[in-house]
Each structure stands twice: as C-alpha cells, then as structure tokens.
Ligand binder design. Structure first.
Ligand code: SF4
Length: 176
C-alpha cells in the first residue's frame, strides 16, 4: 500500500507537536548525535543509537513523526529504526499518519485509522477540546475506554511539562 506523502501544512503541524516532545529526546544528549540526523551506515554506531532509543521516554511520538515524513526527508536512527525499516512500515500502512484523515474521522467521517493515527486522534481530541464521545466513535471503542485514553494522555502531557529535564539542558546546548 502506498502512503500519501505528508503535505507542507501537515509537516508544520507535526513540527509544532515535535517541539513539545523533542525536549525530552534522549538523542539530544547522546555522545554521537549525528547518527540520529544523518545517513550513517556504520552498524556499530547504529547499534549504539538503538540502545539510546530504547531508554528514550518519547520513543512513540518520535516514531510517529518519523514515519509521517516523506521518504526523502527521513534519515538517521529514529525510535530504534533505520530508514529502510520505516519504509517497510510505510509500505504496510503501519506508520500511515494523515492528520487531515484523523480530523475527518473525528468529525464523523467513516474510515479506518492506523495505529499511529489512532494515537494522534487522542492528542487531537485534547487539543481541539472535543468530547470523549467523538473519540470513542472515531476509534470504535467504548466511551469509558476513550475517557481513559484521554486521561492517560493528559497525564503524560502534564508529566512532561512538569518534569522536563531537557529544557534547560537544551537551551544551554543551543547557546553553546
Ligand atoms: S526515540 Fe531515539 S531518535 Fe527518537 S527522540 Fe528518542 S533517542 Fe531520539
């Protein structure tokens, strides 16, 4: 299955979401940061990068963002995967993430959301202030389960905001 390339507005939307979670990215402080952001083929460097990802608290949104990118803009180790593995995920539709599709389904359109899109639907429900009933219908789940998903995501957002150790270190890094 081919995946629709992510449009520029969608990438902007993803980029603003990225900014929130990327403050917690373990790779921002890795001793070999290039392996995460460039086309590195050295198996030893890739193996080490995967170990960094395994302990990263934002591995899920990282993978979501990486597979949402067009193949031409997808480089480096991300969320324990290399670009070739993410291409396979896209080809199988596992990583498909179309923000417009998510919003259409949340608005009531019929459609099957991929795992990544289901995660995004929870985030968009919170961001747009939608009732839990909309999420329950979009994901075809029971209302209490939808409420629990929303509550879990709110807790995760609050926790990241309250205990974000990356922010000052990132600023210091940027200032250096
Ligand atoms: S999962 Fe890996 S690539 Fe993604 S933010 Fe974390 S450390 Fe960086």
């Amino acid at each position: 299955m081919n995946v629709k390339p992510t449009s520029a507005p969608e990438l902007d939307q993803i980029a603003s979401a990225v900014d929130a979670w990327s403050l917690d990215a373990a790779c921002a402080y890795a001793d070999d940061p290039d392996v995460f952001f460039s086309d590195v083929k050295d198996p030893e460097r890739i193996r080490h990068a995967r170990t960094v990802c395994r302990d990263c608290p934002v591995i899920d949104p990282c993978l979501l963002e990486a597979v949402s990118r067009p193949k031409s803009q997808d480089v480096g180790v991300r969320a324990c995967t290399v670009p070739e593995e993410r291409s396979t995920m896209r080809a199988r539709g596992l990583g498909r993430c179309d923000p417009e599709r998510v919003e259409r389904v949340l608005a009531g359109a019929r459609g099957h959301l991929s795992p990544a899109e289901r995660d995004l639907a929870v985030v968009r429900t919170i961001q747009l202030g939608l009732p839990a009933e909309r999420l329950a219908r979009a994901l075809d789940i029971q209302l209490p389960y939808a409420r629990r998903k929303i509550a879990d995501e709110r807790r995760a957002i609050a926790l990241r905001a309250a205990t974000n150790p990356g922010r000052p270190r990132r600023r210091a890094r940027e200032a250096a």
